[in-house]
Design a protein around this ligand. Sequence first.
Ligand code: SF4
Length: 450
Amino acid sequence: MPAVNLNLLPRPEIDPSVDHEIQAIVSGALVGETCNTDLAAGPWNFDERPGYGPGSSMGDVIPTGAPRQGELPLEYREASEEELDARIRAAKETLGDRLVVLGHFYQREEVVRHADYVGDSFQLANAALEHPDAEAIVFCGVHFMAETADMLSGPEQSVILPNLAAGCSMADMADIDQVEECWEQLEEVYGDMDAQDADGLVPVIPVTYMNSSAAIKGFVGRHGGIVCTSSNARTVLEWAFERGRRVLFFPDQHLGRNTAKAMGVPLERMPMWNPRQPLGGSSEEALADARVILWHGFCSVHRRFSVDQISQARAEHPGVRVIVHPECPMEVVDAADEAGSTDYIRRAIEDAAEPTTFAIGTEVNLVQRLAAQNPQHEIFCLDPVVCPCSTMYRIHPGYLAWVLERLVAGEVVNRIEVAADVAEPARVALQRMLAAKPPAGRVEKSGVPA
Ligand code: SF4
């Protein structure tokens, strides 16, 4: 009997909805595991509680001043999925070109299907720029993303975050007061931070990941620094090393470590800065010798991935291609075949000419959508436990329907506005990133060599 290539057989349609999967697991209709059965409930059940809600970040410490969402009207909490879907479509049609809806890759399927653009945070901020005449930009993502869109959009445009409690636990790990305090302590070690040495380099260039508050981006802009994304982190670090003896990288230690390691920076020259300890928990000698000072931050979604999961995927799926996000710990990036941004992962899957088995280490909503969109491949999330980003989870279609119907009624709710004195230097840091180019001959591939 001839061998049968299972990958080429027609497969049942894959439901890209993580919500449906979680509800089926919780009801017992599907065998599987979710990290918290509360994920099957509406996020309005958690709006009054201080915390990130159920999901990957639920164990992280939320800042005391984190925004809270007021009560969502009952009609939206009680509406069925079908009713909300119809109401969102009707409101969008009424608003027409006055509105742009942006959906992050990690957003739930029931929301993403209404987005005019789907992408990572920076792609979405750029998409908003293409609509200078839109009165409202509804950002179905998290708080720092809406802030960036506000800084890049026109003053007459309103950027709206459907649920104000949708923060980002990683972004919240670098608080502006802690960063100012860190800078003062580093000044005591390095002296004048604006003084150039014989090579024309200042002691430290601050670099912040896009996943940080506007206040942090403003700090970086004021101190000669720059913003990076997971797509251009290497190019940005090269830019920084042309101007500074070392880099202070926040908030994600893993993106900083993985990128610098791939550039040849030894691990012993990457001390960690823990904001709760004097000198960040490092010695003056370690800081003097540092090339990259890593802030003690991480993403709880990407921290879930492990080397054991990769070993298991390889054992169960010989020939599997393992791709992980560079927010994963270094050991995981090292054990994977490739590491790269969400956009890199998407392209790698779409560009694979032959049917391939992919094990992906990034947020489960994106992985399931990629699996549904690419039925020629077998695609699964490395983490067998269904555990979405807690903060993306806070944007439910009920909130989207509410903000859109308020817009139809002429009322702007949940507007995100960044103060001018913060936005101005933050834009400088973003502009530096846009102007930074890889050295001649090297093409930015959005991936960290594994
Ligand atoms: S996936 Fe991680 S970095 Fe992205 S929004 Fe969620 S907590 Fe923040």
